[in-house]
Design a protein around this ligand. Sequence first.
Ligand SMILES: Cc1cc2nc3c(=O)[nH]c(=O)nc-3n(C[C@H](O)[C@H](O)[C@H](O)COP(=O)(O)OP(=O)(O)OC[C@H]3O[C@@H](n4cnc5c(N)ncnc54)[C@H](O)[C@@H]3O)c2cc1C
Length: 340
Amino acid sequence: MEKSLKNYNTFKMDVKAKYIFELTDFAMFPKILETIKKEDLPFVVLGQGSDVLFTEDYNGVVIINKLKGMEFSEDLNYYFVKLQAGENFHVAIETCMKRGIYGLENLALIPGTAGGAPIQNFGAYGVSFSDFCRYVEVLDLKDNKLDRIWAKDCDFGYRTSVFKSNPEFKNRYIVTAVELKIPKEWTPRTSYNVFKNKEFKTPKEIFDFVCQIRQEKLPNPKDIPNAGSFFKNPYVSKDVFEKLIQKFPTMPYFETNDAGEVKIAAGWLIDKAGCKGLKMGNAGTYEKQALVLVNYGDATPQEILQVAKFVQNKVQETFGVLLEPEVRIYGSTTECQVNQ
Ligand SMILES: Cc1cc2nc3c(=O)[nH]c(=O)nc-3n(C[C@H](O)[C@H](O)[C@H](O)COP(=O)(O)OP(=O)(O)OC[C@H]3O[C@@H](n4cnc5c(N)ncnc54)[C@H](O)[C@@H]3O)c2cc1C
């Protein structure tokens, strides 16, 4: 095992990887792919490592995507913004706003790259990456060529996409760029609860408001290492929802999906199960937002997993609802679950 991944994941897990490549240029691909093929190693691509937990040393190749570049074009009704995968999405939003391109402001301050955005279809405050995605550009390792996967084929859902759900995609494609399609006519998206009873006249006002509430509610990984929401908000059947809301009338819930299920707030469930501000060893849940698991200093992956399991069990016992991780968890060669 060669190098530490500590500076490449926002949980600051001090695990090692057999090889780490910082990909700054397309010309580096052949060497990286040769290493993967020659030793028949698994690989994982990281952007800012803000949605991953490594549970042990990774016996494979970690590619840190640092491909940079932004291109802008337009037609009568839309702006088209092509971002190389290593661009920080928040910086891209700021750059768009400086150019008078508005619409992305609800996604401000999510600490990820453009290449990471389509994988879990990141989103916040009622807006998701899929609302603006035109296509995802990929390096196809099977056919050895650059390709485009159009948004309609990405199977985007709540914190998921074909890149996450289809096992074949996981080992076949490396995202090299994304293109966004942004309507020229700006529509404020303020249906989410946090915007209630507030008036927003400009995109900048929404951007500033989103930044302010995120800074108030969420720990900055530079101060308290974390990977944002550790669990997804669960969808439950209408029947289960009716029973829960009768027993817990103040339980927040959001929308229904195509299957008629209702999304409920995982942070609230964790809080009411008595796990907000929990501390177990060097790990715990954040005192202002229970959905965020935190590393209070030199926590091991096992300490984070221990908290995750504890929270999962408590929520299951209290509400009969199983929380699924939003964060992607990696063992020595493959992705795994909290209980493995
Ligand atoms: C403080 C904080 C707040 C957060 N808030 C939110 C939020 O509001 N909403 C939200 O959705 N998420 C949030 N997150 C989680 C995270 O920032 C997002 O999921 C983001 O999209 C991850 O981007 P990344 O570049 O860091 O991806 P990484 O963590 O590096 O990777 C995540 C997954 O994507 C894959 N991947 C990354 N880049 C590529 C690529 N180029 N090609 C192929 N696969 C790739 C990785 O292999 C991995 O499986 C938050 C995280 C933190 C720390």
